[in-house]
Design a protein around this ligand. Structure first.
Ligand code: AGP
Length: 614
């Protein structure tokens, strides 16, 4: 899950590559590098750390690069080998004439490396990628044609890759190819861009060609040729991107995460304005193709996702089972793909993903599609690889999310699950119409309620300050808010590195209670409804073990004042919609704790926004 970018044209390449990499920084940020054609040789520059380090490294080379108009760049999230200069891309062959960048994982790199070493290749790095540089160079020695050499080499490679390759003997040319990793070509007069994602070139062109797996494109400033894996010419299909060049600005907020938390009321408004006009009208989901007939034939639903999207899916299960009476299984994609899952034409498979390119979820989707299931994708990226696999699409429209910690996309996924459940209940007639109307009425009130929370954050900030020195944090909840506890804990651990865990409160006494003492904060997500009293009893049990008790609640109950050391109150809300309200203070607690601890909120260590490796 790295980012790659390439350019061939007549403009100075340096800024194009650096700007492109900056837009791809969400994919990784532990090291970076570029290779540019300088007169009669290709120069490589690399640095460890964020892109800033590469910019600093390049400052003293600006003159020698200033006339270059062809190059490739890479931003890395280390998989094989630590983040060092040697392991940073671009990688080169023995003689240094062939240079390449790679996103993905070469699964058979150990076998290839052993063979190449035996044949005289000298490896400098610990990466899987370097094998490809040597392999293509070997084929080049046979063919003296970069495109043919790439075509021969990829036949021997297993795994996922997006590759951009240059060779000094074929100057001013890029050869690119992909398998199970994203790669898109930007098209403009007398120039081509090639990148892992559109933001890398959208400010230069909105015309793009999505490369399919195993196609190879050969690009020069004035020519583009695409061949398939049999060497047959492919007619390029140029698409007009529905994208505006967006200036990614923090709009005065200290971090993107805080800005994105504040965008949440508008995200919900935006989704509802299209899909839920009024409580009395049916939900409109234009791109969901679930007819009465399809729904009648369904035995069950499987939802597959990772991380925050998995938590949204868990809440989706509660609501779909309740409103539609269809059994729903939720599973982490990484587990789903390595067992014999029972999926068939009577199973609706829902893939949930902010990015639409998470490798595990994409593989899971492809597996269930091959077994004949209807595939519904809930994503923030309608142009993504996952969306392209969809029979039905639910585009969550949260806008670009920059912060690695997902916030507004989670709220958008939850809103989409509620709409989907309503939509299916309306088609199937499984719920009283008057209750569905109430449900929709309550949904329309959500943005204002979140605004109320956001306009009164001092109490939440103070709570974060009070507990920021803790090493561990426990979140408890029951019922529909159990996934909220998991998501609150995930937010805290990913940006503050505090060991935070979410539990279904009834499970505390089956083991975790042993950890409780006067040093342990326990945050109880105590929303009014069916499990309120039960959760209160579980909170009493924790209090009896001297835990530092915090309540997040919509209850005005006075007896909470005795039980809890700290109380965060949120606006009243129906139980089934409470996850949307409850998550907002938890996002803010995580944000402020990380801020107090001086952590890198938007780009936490070891993480990347798009996880394109299994
Ligand atoms: C969320 O804060 C995380 N950064 C991460 O868990 C993320 O939700 C997960 O990697 C799944 O990504 P996706 O939604 O793009 O598939």
């Amino acid at each position: 899950m790295c980012g790659i970018v390439g350019y061939v044209g007549n403009k100075p390449v340096l800024d194009i590559l650096l700007d492109g990499l900056e837009q791809l920084e969400y994919r990784g940020y532990d090291s970076s590098g570029i290779a540019v054609q300088c007169k009669d040789k290709i120069n490589v520059y690399k640095a460890v750390g964020k892109l800033k380090a590469l910019r600093e490294e390049l400052a003293s080379h600006a003159y020698e690069i200033s006339k270059s108009t062809v190059g490739i760049g890479h931003i890395r999230w280390a998989t094989h080998g630590a983040p060092t200069v040697v392991n940073a891309h671009p990688h080169t062959c023995n003689c240094g004439k062939l240079v390449l960048v790679h996103n993905g994982i070469i699964e058979n790199y150990k076998e290839l490396k052993a063979k190449l070493e035996a044949e005289g290749c000298v490896f400098k790095s610990q990466t899987d990628t370097e094998t490809v540089a040597h392999l293509v160079a070997q084929k080049y020695a046979l063919t003296h044609d970069l495109t043919k050499a790439v075509a021969l080499a990829v036949k021997e490679i297993e795994g996922a890759f997006a590759l951009e390759i240059m060779h000094n003997d074929e100057p001013n040319k890029l050869v690119i190819t992909k398998r199970n990793a994203p790669l898109v070509i930007g098209v403009a007069p007398d120039e081509y861009y090639a990148a892992s994602d559109i933001p890398a070139f959208i400010k230069h062109t909105n015309k793009a060609i999505y490369l399919s797996d195993d196609q190879i494109a050969t690009l020069t400033a004035d020519s583009l040729e695409i061949i398939d894996k049999n060497g047959c010419k492919v007619e390029p299909k140029i698409e007009l991107l529905p994208w505006e060049p967006v200036a990614l600005s923090k709009m005065g907020y200290k971090h993107f995460m805080l800005k994105e938390i504040h965008e949440q009321p508008d995200v919900i408004r935006n989704i509802l304005s299209d899909k839920l006009k009024s409580p009395e009208e049916n939900v409109i989901l234009d791109e969901v193709k679930l007819t009465k007939e399809t729904l009648r034939n369904l035995n069950r639903i499987q939802v597959i996702a990772c991380g925050t999207s998995l938590h949204a899916a868990m809440i989706g299960k509660y609501i779909i089972e309740d409103l539609c009476g269809i059994p729903v299984d939720v599973e982490a994609s990484s587990e789903y793909i390595y067992r014999k899952t029972v999926t068939d034409a009577h199973t609706l498979v829902i893939g949930v993903s902010q990015s639409g390119e998470t490798a595990d979820t994409l593989t899971a989707i492809k597996q269930s599609k091959a077994r004949g299931s209807h595939i519904l994708i809930i994503t923030n990226r309608p142009d993504s690889a996952m969306a392209r696999e969809a029979d039905s699409l639910l585009s969550v429209n949260a806008g670009i999310e920059v912060s690695v910690a997902a916030t507004k996309s989670y709220i958008a996924q939850l809103t989409s699950f509620y709409l989907l459940a309503l939509y299916m209940a309306e088609i199937k007639g499984t719920y009283p119409v008057s209750e569905l109307t109430n449900f929709k009425h309550e949904m329309l009130m959500l943005p204002q309620k979140i605004e109320q929370i956001l306009s009164n954050m001092e109490n939440i900030r103070e709570c974060a300050r009070k507990y920021s020195a803790t090493r561990d944090f426990i979140y408890i909840a029951r019922g529909i808010n159990y996934p909220t506890a998991l998501e609150g804990a995930l937010k805290l651990k990913e940006i503050s590195y505090i060991n935070a865990t979410g539990y279904p409160a009834g499970e505390l006494k089956h083991g975790p209670i042993a950890m409780l003492d006067e040093s342990m904060p326990v945050l109880s997500i105590l929303m009014k409804g069916a499990v309120y009293e039960k959760l209160l009893s579980n909170s009493e049990e924790a209090k009896a073990r001297n835990a530092r008790m915090i309540a997040l609640t919509n209850s005005q109950d006075k007896k909470l004042d005795e039980l809890f050391d700290y109380i965060i109150r949120v606006p009243d809300v129906a139980e089934y919609l409470s996850p949307i309200i409850a998550i907002v203070p938890l996002q803010l607690i995580a944000y402020y704790i990380a801020e107090f601890l001086g952590k890198d909120v938007d780009q936490p260590r070891n993480l990347a926004k798009s996880v394109t490796v299994e």
